[in-house]
Ligand binder design. Structure first.
Ligand code: SAM
Length: 282
């Protein structure tokens, strides 16, 4: 029996192929089409699950032009599943445009929930999990990455990032500059796979650990940053943020001078504060 017409958002595994729900398998077997990010990649999962539905490509480059076509198929009475290469579609993956369009046109959208790397990592991180922020991927360019991280300087919730193997070591180094080497971080690597590693510690320790073993820079990563303990008032926060971002690029004296020129605050006080931020004694 085929599925009721609709757009089914189906989560697939993030590594271990057994991490798929019974309902996801049943849905994939019943739908008429499966829209997938990379059809060659997903064909392997379809073969593993004995799913015979036709695969259609829906990725970030064609999502806008293909979405209406998929919605029209649902309107014609078809059932379509959306999957991504791994985990839950739309979570740092294509699908937002399609779902939004479907909602706008009154097309039924059905969640078939399952794994996502963000929640999987959080569940084993040992960090506070009652309040957290998911930031996805950081910008690739240094300046933009630094600025984005600066936005979280006094974030008190656990902050979760996705990262790729060729950027992870650099991201840890930049985090060390922004948050200080004492801030606690958890690296969750290759979750549910053979080389699964969950390692928590001060940023300084983790930078050394990763630098000493190139294998720890391989695979897929979730980075979970412990929230900040102190939260100064808004104007102090702005000054601290300016100091932190400038100190990452300039000598501390120069950074304090620039902030003093911008805010009119005493240069020596700012210098003292800059040393405090760096975790050095005044
Ligand atoms: N939709 C997926 C989800 O629900 O988690 C995320 C897709 S995003 C394009 C891929 C990123 O997710 C990877 O670069 C990595 O940061 C994270 N990720 C996916 N699988 C992972 C795994 N098994 N272990 C650690 N991180 C993973």
């Amino acid at each position: 029996m085929s599925a009721v017409a609709g757009l089914y958002i189906v989560a697939t595994p993030i590594g271990n192929l057994d991490d798929i729900t019974l309902r996801a398998v049943e849905t994939l077997k019943k739908v008429d089409f499966v829209a997938a990010e990379d059809t060659r990649h997903s064909q392997k999962l379809m073969n593993h699950l004995d799913v015979t539905a036709r695969l259609l490509a829906l990725h970030e480059h064609n999502e806008r032009e293909k979405s209406q076509m998929l919605i029209d198929k649902v309107k014609d009475g078809h059932a379509i599943a959306l999957i991504s290469d791994a985990g839950t579609p739309l979570i740092s993956d294509p699908g937002y445009f399609l779902v939004k369009l479907a909602q706008e046109q009154g097309v039924k959208v059905v969640p078939i929930p399952g794994v996502s790397a963000v929640v999987t990592a959080l569940s084993v991180s040992g960090l506070p999990s009652d309040r957290f922020v998911f930031e996805g991927f950081l910008p690739a360019k240094q300046g933009a990455k630094l600025k984005r991280l600066g936005d979280f300087l006094y974030e008190s919730r656990t902050v979760i990032f996705y990262e790729s193997p060729h950027r992870v070591a650099d991201t840890l180094a930049v985090m060390g500059k922004v948050f200080g080497l004492e801030r606690h971080l958890v690296v969750a690597r290759e979750l549910t796979k053979t080389f699964e590693t969950i390692k928590g510690g001060a940023l300084g320790e983790l930078i050394e650990w990763m630098g000493a073993d190139a294998n720890q820079q391989k695979g897929e990563f979730v980075l979970l940053l412990e929230g900040a303990v102190d939260s100064p008032d808004a104007s102090a926060l702005d000054k601290d943020k300016m100091l932190t971002l400038l100190m990452a690029e300039l000598p501390i004296k120069k950074a304090s001078k620039i902030v003093s020129e911008m805010t009119g605050d005493n240069k020596k006080d700012l210098y003292k504060r800059a040393l405090e931020i760096q975790g050095r004694t005044v």
